[in-house]
Design a protein around this ligand. Structure first.
Ligand SMILES: Cc1ncc(C[n+]2csc(CCOP(=O)(O)OP(=O)(O)O)c2C)c(N)n1
Length: 376
């Protein structure tokens, strides 16, 4: 295994001083070590992976150093546009080292949303003309690979990618963080939320633990899953999926269960929700100030005023609910929509939390059947 302390040291020996990215569970210990040791103006957890490429590019333009950008392979899609139209060898030639967590590696069992991305991770880089290799778990090979990567980056003045397998990095636990945020968990908030929602409300839930918890809550209540669309991949897009449904299903309440990291990832979508003024749209942002599902790395959620943002973007009703009882009672009442509710919660999840047992296609088919036939 590679010690993240050693890995970071190698990057610094090559002159890298700026770090940015979106966290990934496979890079958890590296992200934690960077967060603990790099100055907060030299390590920025970006809103999305495309932003991270742009941030790194800007830092290079001002410093001539080679920045480091980390992401899960799910974020490759977000990064493609600035990689090809900004950093590319045929455009601005911006050197940078990319480090990409390889979810869905073909020989490793993983969730359906990761399997396809895992198959195409290296070939996407090849198609973009970005050299890449899988990082070795052997320290001496790792040092050689980093040497080779920086030599290629300098020669071409362009990006180079290291692909990171599961269990490449050894554990590193973050120094203790102050966390006085929220007095109950996301799962408790979700339970209170579905207690208060009308039975025929349509729910679209975001990527990560929130969808897994919603799935288990329905099981515990002996309810079906047909009214929930679980956005297992496509982080940051749940609000627009819900919007598309709400535009057609105007007589039904459509609820988006979002996370702070997910809402921030494509924040512009909230402007479109606000501009459309749909009365049947409820946007619930469960804010734990963290990318909890991939290791709890901080977002800017603890300092962002989501309600002021929503108000400014045209949501008609905005509300921070402070207790479990208030969650149920607020969502059971009628309010002028679009509505934005912020619920502040603690980080963390149950250690025995399961995963959906249905496939994405089964989920979609049951959902579409429900939307077209039921509750009318
Ligand atoms: C485009 C993309 N980037 C990164 C990831 C990895 N990822 C999955 S869930 C998650 C964190 C989500 O944070 P938030 O929305 O705040 O919800 P929380 O996990 O805190 O409940 C991340 C970074 C992903 N799935 N897709």
């Amino acid at each position: 295994m590679i010690d993240p302390v050693d890995f970071l040291r190698q990057l610094q020996l090559h002159g890298t001083e700026f770090f940015t990215g979106v966290p990934d569970s496979l890079l958890k210990s590296l992200c934690a070590y960077i967060t603990d040791t790099v100055d907060s103006k030299r390590h920025i957890i970006a809103a999305n992976e495309g932003n991270a490429i742009a941030l790194a590019s800007g830092y290079h333009l001002a410093s001539s150093t080679i920045p480091f950008v980390y992401m899960q392979n799910s974020g490759q899609g977000n990064a493609i546009n600035p990689l090809l139209s900004l950093a590319d060898e045929e455009v601005y030639k911006i050197p940078m080292l990319l480090c990409v967590g390889w979810r869905g590696e073909p020989t490793v069992k993983d969730e359906p949303q990761h399997v396809k991305q895992g198959k195409v991770t290296a070939s996407l880089f090849e198609a973009m003309g970005i050299p890449c290799q899988v990082l070795s778990s052997d320290r001496f090979e790792m040092i050689d690979q980093i040497q080779e990567a920086y030599a290629s980056i300098k020669k071409r003045s362009a990006p180079y990618a290291l692909i990171i397998r599961k269990n490449t990095f050894s554990a590193y636990t973050r120094n203790s963080e102050a966390n006085a945020f929220g007095s109950f968990t996301r799962e408790e908030a979700l339970r209170a939320l579905i207690d208060g929602l009308r039975d025929d409300a349509i729910v679209v839930s975001t990527t990560g633990m929130a969808s897994r918890e919603l799935y288990e809550l329905r099981e515990a209540r002996s309810e079906g899953h047909e009214r929930d669309f679980l956005t297992v991949g496509s982080m940051g897009h749940a609000s627009q999926i819900a919007l598309g449904i709400a535009l057609k299903e105007t007589q039904r309440n459509v609820v988006c269960i979002d996370g702070d990291g997910s809402a921030l990832m494509h924040l512009g979508g909230m402007a479109i929700i606000g501009s459309l003024g749909l009365d049947n749209y409820l946007h619930v942002i469960i804010n734990n100030g963290a990318h909890d599902s991939v290791g709890g790395q901080p977002t800017v959620g603890k300092t962002v005023d989501f309600l002021a943002v929503a108000k400014g973007l045209g949501y008609k009703t905005v509300k921070r609910v402070e207790s479990l009882h208030e969650i149920s009672s607020f969502v059971s009442e009628s309010h002028e929509g679009p509505v934005c509710v912020e619920i502040r919660v603690k980080k963390g999840n149950r250690s025995d939390l399961g995963r959906p047992k249905t496939t994405p296609v089964e989920n979609k088919e049951a959902f579409m059947h429900y939307v077209s036939k039921e509750g009318r």
